[in-house]
Design a protein. Structure first.
Length: 220
């Protein structure tokens, strides 16, 4: 909200499309190679967050430490650690789990997250406990408060991304996320939303499990 990059749905669409493209570069490129797009986009993100944090600190006369994608990656990593089969991670081995955590641990390091604050530090079994604490002590209490500003932002993000993925309606996605973390959803669904919810559930629990290659191609 401070940057103004989330003030309209068009800006939100551009922001999260850019985010998706950046993360894709991180997965497919070499984050250690200064000539690679993965390294360049990481540098862009880190500089951007540092610049915004500095401006916020000056305007508000307090210190803001911007971890940017680090905050988002904490939620992401907690999700893939605690709810693997419900977010499309089927048949993963311990090596697969350790590999994805190693990847995000590296991303956090390159974005400037201190070693002791990196949620992905350690093996999968070592990360489960802090992820559970994050879920129950930080995430769920905030979600239960139903802050109007946050809900409005989430709705706008969902509607912006629905231009690419029409099944992402706010009631359908909200219901899926609330159920994922074991909370009753305060958002009512109409018949269209229920169909969209069923499509999301089908994709995550079945389609990705048996047709991963097709889903990957479709996503690209």
């Amino acid at each position: 909200m401070f940057t103004g990059e989330s003030s309209t749905k068009n800006k939100l669409f551009h922001r999260y499309l850019t985010t998706t493209r950046y993360v894709q570069k991180w997965y497919e490129g070499d984050v250690w190679d200064v000539n690679d797009g993965a390294q360049r986009t990481l540098s862009i993100v880190r500089s951007m967050h540092t610049r915004v944090a500095t401006k916020m600190s000056k305007r508000c006369r307090r210190l803001y430490i911007s971890v940017g994608y680090g905050s988002e990656s904490k939620v992401f990593c907690s999700t893939i650690v605690l709810f693997r089969s419900l977010v499309g991670l089927h048949g993963w081995t311990n090596d697969d789990n350790d590999a994805i955590l190693h990847f995000w641990r590296t991303i956090g390091y390159l974005l400037g997250i201190e070693y002791k604050l990196n949620l992905c530090h350690g093996s999968y079994n070592q990360v489960v406990t802090p992820c559970e604490k994050l879920l129950h002590k930080d995430y769920k209490p905030v979600v239960e408060k139903v802050d109007s500003i946050s809900v409005a932002m989430a709705k706008n993000i969902t509607e912006a991304m629905s231009m690419v993925e029409p099944s992402y309606t706010w009631p359908a996605l909200a219901t899926y996320i609330y159920e994922l973390v074991g909370l009753p959803c305060p958002v009512d669904m109409c018949i269209i939303d229920k169909i969209c919810y069923s499509l999301i559930y089908f994709m995550m629990t079945y389609l990705i499990k048996f047709h991963r290659i097709c889903v990957n191609k479709l996503t690209r």
